[in-house]
Design a protein around this ligand. Structure first.
Ligand SMILES: C[S@@+](CC[C@H](N)C(=O)[O-])C[C@H]1O[C@@H](n2cnc3c(N)ncnc32)[C@H](O)[C@@H]1O
Length: 224
């Protein structure tokens, strides 16, 4: 349920509200941010970092889509000299600037192309990526089902999608945080864990797995 009022002055993600840089700071600081992360969403920040390891397994020449790239947290999985064509996409140009700053800091900027994009209407051809990563994203999108449809559309046969999302059925203790997020315009309608599995199934993906950690669900699936 969306609250009838929006907290004034914050704006949506594309307007780079103050919360966006606060959020990015937390994910980039494993100690202080990790504590806030554990208190806020009951999950471990290293689990987010570990989920990006899948990127490091891609061979030279592979094409990876990271949407939403945010401040570039998933770049932890990309190795200098790996030879991957890594497209970092986000609706917020300011977030993409943070991604590119992180890419330069990690020595992987030569592999990363920033692209402003709305996940609901991706400017990429069908079957054009070997891996799509979407961390902490689905709950921020206005139509998470359409986002899953778009992100799976661009997967090549045999390619993988992996990601995470704040879900609606991971515990009532997280409901106040979800309501504040919705009022601030940072969280959309979101979805339940069963929705993610159903949406991946309906797109014909196989090997669908989902693991809940606090308020967050981590999912992974492979395109036929
Ligand atoms: C919570 S952050 C997650 C970023 C990063 N993946 C992470 O785990 O730290 C959510 C991101 O979603 C982006 N976003 C929101 N709506 C979007 C949309 N419709 N299309 C693409 N990106 C969007 C925001 O700009 C923001 O960078």
């Amino acid at each position: 349920m969306r609250l009838p009022v929006q907290v004034p002055g914050l704006g949506g993600w594309s307007e780079d509200p103050a919360w966006a840089s606060v959020y990015d700071w937390t994910v980039e600081h494993p100690r202080a941010g990790g504590l806030l992360w554990r208190l806020g969403v009951g999950s471990s920040l290293p689990m987010l970092y570990a989920a990006s390891d899948e990127i490091g397994g891609q061979p030279a020449g592979a094409r990876v889509l990271d949407i939403p790239s945010g401040g570039g947290v998933a770049l932890r999985g990309l190795r200098p000299g790996q030879g991957v064509d890594y497209v970092a996409a986000d609706i917020s140009p300011a977030m993409l600037d943070r991604t590119m700053a992180a890419a330069r800091h990690r020595g992987v900027a030569d592999q990363v192309t920033p692209q402003v994009a709305d996940v609901g209407d991706l400017p990429f051809d069908d079957a054009s990526f070997d891996l799509v990563v979407s961390f902490t994203g689905l709950h921020c999108f206005p139509d998470p089902r359409r986002a899953v449809a778009e992100m799976t559309r661009v997967l090549r046969p045999g390619a993988t999608i992996t990601g995470s999302a704040l879900c609606t059925d991971t515990g009532v203790r997280y409901e106040p945080m979800r309501r504040v997020g919705r009022a601030a315009g940072l969280i959309g309608p979101a979805c339940a864990t069963s929705d993610i599995v159903a949406w991946l199934d309906e797109r014909g993906l196989r090997e669908v797995t989902l693991q809940v950690s606090g308020a967050i669900a981590y999912f992974r699936a492979v395109r036929e």
